[in-house]
Design a protein around this ligand. Structure first.
Ligand code: NAD
Length: 513
């Protein structure tokens, strides 16, 4: 049962004045124009948020830079303790924050709660990590010398995030960056600014309770123009940017032109290979959830099903039958499977994709279309669609951020399916459904999937925080979250110490003076 209405949720998250975002977490530095946040759920205006002007941005950077000087001297396990407290606050506010995520972004309430759970999980991960920011010790080739490497904080980390994971992606970055000793400046998507303000309020409370400067976490609001402040700013050694490939190419060039580092998490074009040895029931669950979950607005959403010709008709029929049972509607109602798209522009992209696939010679076997009438007033609800297509179609090569699934056929061996799976510019998530060990291992081998994520007998959608998350090729190559992804938030230093009274040179070089 849901305990709060949206207004109560906003109150609990410290968002009181909904007509002017200056009364919220970004109050100190917001003098720009107002942007309006509409819910795709019912089309209602939720609140207005003040954006960050160039002058505000410069104040934010002064605050962040000053906070870094204090924060970097705090021992990492003590920084971990602050992240632990932040995770605790998230546990307390999980329901209102999950509700805001659902209402502002349009994903289901369960997925909204799931996103907050991911934030909590990455905090726990980061707390443990705060005692494990290990470097290596090496043997020096010179007698009486010691050599080791250590990791130091980088400085101000810029985070640019997409609308579809309006809170978790920030936490993946910020929890690790904070224990690493960095401070963060975050620009959330202009489509979900309230989620950003809610998170900033929660973080600010924790910093205040510990007498730490709020500048350890800074929020800037607005569209791409505000993001550009950061990509061109030499004071930001690392920009972590999540969003479209189009955005990533612009951000990468801007950051590289000043020789900064960028961590890019961009679009995917994820496929499931369905082999003759697949468990069909599992395939249908994995494929349908992957294609329609979050209304197809996950970077890991399943876009392509590559099915062996021998079982093609069976799989197609089972999936079409499953689509008939989908309930589309208010995502806050837990009975519904599919919520709205983020806005009416996204609806247009979806409609264009459906026309385009037919133009290119594809066949719609589940027609899709816009839903109208009671409960669909926002104009953002669409029916998930399925098209039979070819991998070579231009539209299939492209990520349409909506519930459109393409069925592709392969014949012969699994190599042929892998070739189709790899035959796109993106390289995020991939999966094979098979009980054949040889096929599974082939798919995971060096000749197999070229993606950052490759799964066997689970779909493409979602990931656990314990692994490094990200993809290859035009997905951008970045890795976030688990494993050793923390290293990108720190600078590595190699140290050599001579504890003798001699100064022998390396490689036996003589330099007599
Ligand atoms: P988008 O590219 O439109 O916007 C993403 C963010 O980048 C926003 O905050 C936006 O304001 C900012 N931005 C845009 N242009 C910029 C510029 N020139 N300089 C600086 N900032 C700029 O993406 P979106 O529509 O919000 O999100 C959907 C996309 O994100 C999809 O392609 C999806 O696959 C991708 N995504 C990827 C991952 C991943 O981890 N790989 C995760 C979530 C979303």
């Amino acid at each position: 049962a849901q305990k709060f209405g949206i207004q109560e949720a906003l109150e609990l998250l410290g968002i009181h004045d909904i007509n002017d975002g200056t009364s919220t977490g970004s109050k100190h530095f917001s003098s720009g124009e107002l942007i309006e946040s509409y819910s795709p759920v019912d089309g209602a205006l939720i609140a207005k948020v003040r954006t960050t002007s160039a002058k505000d941005y410069s104040q934010v950077m002064d605050t962040a830079t000053a906070a870094f000087k204090a924060w970097r001297t705090k021992p990492a396990p003590q920084r971990g303790e602050i992240v632990r407290q932040f995770g605790q606050k998230l546990r307390e506010l999980k329901e209102p924050l999950g509700k805001l995520v659902s209402y502002e972004m349009g994903k289901s309430y369960q997925e909204g709660l799931g996103e907050v759970q991911e934030m909590i999980d990455i905090c726990d991960f980061a707390v443990g990590l705060s005692r494990q920011l290990h470097g290596l010790t090496m043997h020096s080739e010179r007698p009486g010398h010691r050599m080791y490497e250590q990791y130091h904080p980088l400085g101000v980390v810029g985070i640019i995030s997409a609308f579809n994971f309006p809170v978790a992606v920030w936490a993946w970055n910020t929890a690790l960056a904070w224990v690493a000793g960095d401070v963060c400046v975050w620009k959330p998507s202009e489509k979900t600014p309230l989620c950003g303000i809610a998170c900033q309020n929660i973080a600010a409370e924790v910093f205040k309770a510990n007498n730490l400067p709020e500048g350890i976490s800074c929020l800037i609001n607005g569209d791409y123009k505000v993001g550009v402040f950061m990509t061109h700013d030499k004071r930001i050694p690392l920009v972590s940017a999540t969003g479209s490939i189009r955005m990533g190419k612009i951000v990468a060039q801007a950051v590289a032109s000043r020789l900064g580092k960028s961590l890019l998490e961009l679009g995917g074009n994820n496929a499931i290979i369905v082999s003759p040895d697949a468990d069909i029931k599992m395939t249908v669950i994995g494929a349908v959830f992957g294609a329609v979950g979050t209304a197809g607005q996950r970077c890991t959403s399943t876009r392509r099903l590559i099915i062996h010709e021998s079982i093609y008709d069976r799989v197609k029929e089972a999936i079409v039958t499953a689509y008939k049972q989908l309930r589309i509607g208010n995502p806050l109602d837990e009975k519904n499977h599919v919520g709205p798209l983020i806005d009416t522009d996204a609806v247009k992209n979806y409609q264009n994709a459906l026309s385009k696939v037919v133009e290119e010679g594809g066949k719609l076997i589940v027609e899709g279309g816009l839903l109208e009438g009671k409960g669909y007033e926002s104009g953002c609800y669409v029916r998930p669609a399925i098209a039979e297509a070819k991998n070579s179609f231009e539209i299939v090569q492209h990520e349409t951020f909506a519930p459109v699934l393409y069925l592709l056929k392969y014949s012969g061996e699994v190599e042929n399916a892998i070739e189709i799976q790899n035959g796109v510019v993106q390289g995020l998530s991939s999966a094979i459904m098979t009980n054949n060990l040889r096929e599974a291992e082939r798919f995971l081998s060096a000749q197999g999937s070229d993606c950052g994520i490759a799964n066997v007998n689970i779909g493409t959608s979602g990931a656990e925080i314990g692994g490094a998350f990200g993809g290859e090729k035009e997905t951008g190559g970045g890795r976030e979250s688990g494993s050793d992804a923390w290293k990108v938030y720190m600078r590595r230093q190699t140290n050599t110490i001579n504890y003798t009274t001699q100064l022998p040179l390396a490689q036996g070089i003589k330099f007599d003076i």
